[in-house]
Design a protein around this ligand. Sequence first.
Ligand code: G4P
Length: 276
Amino acid sequence: MTIQWFPGHMTRAKRQLEEQMKQTDVIIELRDARAVMSSTNPLLYTLSKDKPRIIVLNKADLADPEITKQWLQYFKTEGHFAIAVDVLKDNVREQIVRQIRAVMQPIHERQKKRGIRPRASRALVVGIPNVGKSTLINRLAQKKATTTANKPGLTRALKLIKVDKEIELVDSPGMLWPRFEDEGVGINLALIGAINEEILPHESLVRIAYERIETLSELLKTEANTYAELITNYGLRNNFKLNGEIDIERSMMDIIRKLRNGKLLRISWEKPDDYV
Ligand code: G4P
């Protein structure tokens, strides 16, 4: 599910996130492994102040494994704890629970010294739309998958789910709004399917993919020497027709869908080298 964002949505999402933050001890920040920087918003750190944070690079099954390794090294060097997972398949619960304990331990020690008995740690899963927040919450809470949509601006009472004796999870995920002011971020988010493509025409997306992926025509099993030939020949090969003509729009949409679903290749649109 993708959401069309308007300034009002962002203001409401921010307010809601501030409320959720007040009641949590540790942030589980989900990012998309294919666009690690574009799928975050630095405002999260302003809002969460110095709360401990666990970075989860999700959808690692769709990303280039070599680049994911580089990202993990990047976060290690920066002194952050990060893991890369496929939330649909991996056993993330154990890894995250272990890490929540580790980051909360010094805080609990300080509380004990002051004579305070620590309560269960409260964790909040935060991320941009479609990054896998609901899926992760279900995994951590060991619930059956639900299809609840989380719309920005929807205020719900804070419900807590027990993860184990020492950890609770905020039931509804923290919604992070994308940074549209940066065109590059918008492109990456559209390429991974985190925002509506209306923001960028399909044509621009496929053209960018064509420029960045040398082997695109090979992967699409379509002979082409130019971008225009690729779209036309792909439509022809798949018999995408509209009123007797090749349906160019359908060709482009189909290529975008395949790229997003990892049907053609595992690709990362950003690498740490771009940020040094
Ligand atoms: P959200 O709460 O952050 O909005 O995300 P949600 O959990 O609903 O997940 C969004 C989509 O991403 C879901 O697909 C989900 O199955 C998929 N997904 C979550 N984690 C992973 C992962 O690690 N790897 C892969 N490959 N997919 C993952 P969906 O139900 O088909 O929804 P949609 O994409 O059609 O909207």
